[in-house]
Design a protein around this ligand. Structure first.
Ligand SMILES: Cc1cc2nc3c(=O)[nH]c(=O)nc-3n(C[C@H](O)[C@H](O)[C@H](O)COP(=O)(O)OP(=O)(O)OC[C@H]3O[C@@H](n4cnc5c(N)ncnc54)[C@H](O)[C@@H]3O)c2cc1C
Length: 305
């Protein structure tokens, strides 16, 4: 592969690999850089991805990597440090101690979930500590649920998980509004004015949470409302972003800077695997069309010269 490629994709999660598959099959020279790990690799089984139910992330991402490379995409384990726009519309990609040039860049860098600094939380993340019942609410349905985390999203999270179990306790010192408190009360959701201090396991089974006030609340599933932010500041250095650092894009994944695209969680923090994969499929033709238009422009200039 020469030092100028058609597309550099930053991030080899499902979004980046999906874009890589399209671009490689469209004959575009494509290199994917990934600092790893991807967000889904915290779970042991993937849910709500039709056709892939209960498969492991390694199986799904492994197959996606194999498909993309089969058609010529190159995947490198390395972190992209900086992307510099050049005068001719291309981009200098700085990765490790080398650099290369790309005509287009697809940012598929994902998000970071900011976990609260509570004992046992990091170990339980993606397992007994859950982020959304859309994924694995079914696996713990009708269980004893404890909900905690940042105040602004707590009322929504507690009401949402209530669809999977009627036994829901919110543990928080958050000052709920009258409307929120009424909704939670109507749904039979208990509010404990306290803070979760730790998760209690018997063997590998979650049995309770402990609280700052010294109580123990039985639980076999915990749900945390948390802040997320863009996993990389590359978008912020290149194009318009929102207050959390997520690129602002149009429906095709194009950002405010020509030649820079953003997909997956880097563009839409709520995207599940299916939506992240679809965003890669969407951006593939958009990037290819952009490259086609650049080619026409260059040929016209060359002919006129
Ligand atoms: C606990 C949990 C459980 C989940 N369960 C499910 C589920 O069951 N089903 C489902 O559909 N979804 C699930 N999701 C959501 C799923 O993880 C995301 O939809 C998916 O990972 C988004 O894919 P992505 O490619 O956009 O980002 P990611 O998978 O996060 O991939 C982004 C990649 O970019 C890399 N990267 C970032 N910056 C750089 C850089 N500068 N240079 C190089 N590489 C970089 C990262 O290291 C990472 O490998 C879950 C999420 C969580 C947190």
């Amino acid at each position: 592969m020469s030092d100028t490629v058609d597309t550099v994709i930053v991030g080899a999660g499902i979004a980046g690999l999906s874009a890589a598959l399209f671009l490689a099959r469209a004959g575009r020279s494509t290199i994917v850089f990934d600092g790893g790990p991807t967000r889904i690799e915290t779970v042991s089984q993937v849910r709500e991805y039709v056709g892939f139910d209960a498969m492991t992330p390694a199986e799904i991402l492994g197959a996606a990597r194999e498909e993309a490379t089969r058609y010529g995409a190159v995947i490198r384990h390395a972190r992209v440090e900086r992307i510099v726009p050049l005068d001719d519309g291309r981009f200098k990609i700085e990765v490790d101690d080398r650099s290369l040039t790309a005509r287009t860049v697809v940012l598929a860098t994902g998000i970071v979930d900011e976990l609260p600094p509570i004992s046992g939380v990091r170990e339980a993340w993606g397992d007994d500590l859950r982020v959304c019942p859309c994924f694995d609410g079914h696996e713990v349905r009708n269980g004893k649920f404890v909900v905690f985390g940042i105040g602004a999203r707590l009322a929504h999270m507690a009401a949402w998980v209530r669809m999977w179990s009627s036994d829901v306790t919110v543990v928080s010192r958050h000052d709920f509004t009258g409307v929120e408190a009424e909704r939670l009360d109507l749904l039979g959701i208990r509010i404990r004015n306290d803070e979760v201090a730790g998760l209690v396991h018997e063997g590998d089974r979650l049995v309770a949470v402990t609280t700052a006030d010294g109580d123990t609340i039985p639980a076999n599933a915990t749900w945390v409302a948390l802040h997320s932010r863009a996993a990389s500041d590359l978008a912020a250095s290149l194009c318009e972003v929102d207050e959390l650092g997520f690129a602002k894009t149009d429906a095709g994944g194009a950002t405010s800077r020509a030649g820079i695209f953003a997909i997956g969680n880097a563009d839409e923090p709520w995207a599940h695997l299916a939506q992240a994969a679809a965003s890669g499929t969407t951006v593939g033709p958009v990037v290819t069309m952009y490259l086609l238009e650049r080619m026409v422009e260059e040929l016209r200039l060359a002919k006129a010269a």
